[in-house]
Design a protein around this ligand. Sequence first.
Ligand SMILES: C[S@@+](CC[C@H](N)C(=O)[O-])C[C@H]1O[C@@H](n2cnc3c(N)ncnc32)[C@H](O)[C@@H]1O
Length: 222
Amino acid sequence: VIVSTVEEGFEPACHRETGGWLSDVIVGQFRRPHGMLGSLAGWIMANRASNIDRNHWTVELMGLDAGARILEIGCGPGIGIEAVLSGVPDCRVTGLDHSALMISQAAARHAHALKSDRLELWQGDLVGLPEAERFDAVFSSNVLQFIRNRSALLEEVQSRLKPGGCFATTFRPRGSCAGAEEGRAWISSFAEDLCVAGFFEVQIRERPFGSVPAFCALAQNP
Ligand SMILES: C[S@@+](CC[C@H](N)C(=O)[O-])C[C@H]1O[C@@H](n2cnc3c(N)ncnc32)[C@H](O)[C@@H]1O
């Protein structure tokens, strides 16, 4: 695993406070947004500058060629979709999310790309995504920490990627006292699982976004 870090701007690691029921409600709305609070969660994701920057960073790290076929897992309100549509010429994108509310926000945000066939949106999880052509790249930002069966997920991602295709996973620790150490621990464990699953060229990148850094694990499909 190759680790590349940018050390500026980090806060010291500290212990996460136990948040209680309110924290559970908030986390639940970012895991599967629904109802009025879910609309608010979608609005926050779509408007928070650090979230927009993190999605653009993830797409830049993949270094994709024009015309790439790209899947985003957990597309939320469509900020990662915006990053690929604007950053990768002539790409075709599939956005996947199990929240009907997020799919409708992403559809409203990208009505033009849907009409022009540059974008498809699917409500559900990865296993339910119809099999069509394989993807040049699969990515997600702040989603895979919610997935319980990681080895099943990695197997599914491999089956959806072309040989040599790129897989990027970005994670930013959350919570009132989340810090860099928590993020490093999570991404390192994820990178180890990528190696075990048979991915090649596994790398970790780290960059400050606001007060807490984000981490991206990049890997190549066999
Ligand atoms: C914290 S939000 C991040 C959204 C977006 N990636 C962004 O950076 O703005 C997590 C998103 O992943 C979706 N999600 C979580 N688990 C999922 C799963 N197993 N399958 C599909 N979508 C999932 C949620 O519905 C939510 O929209």
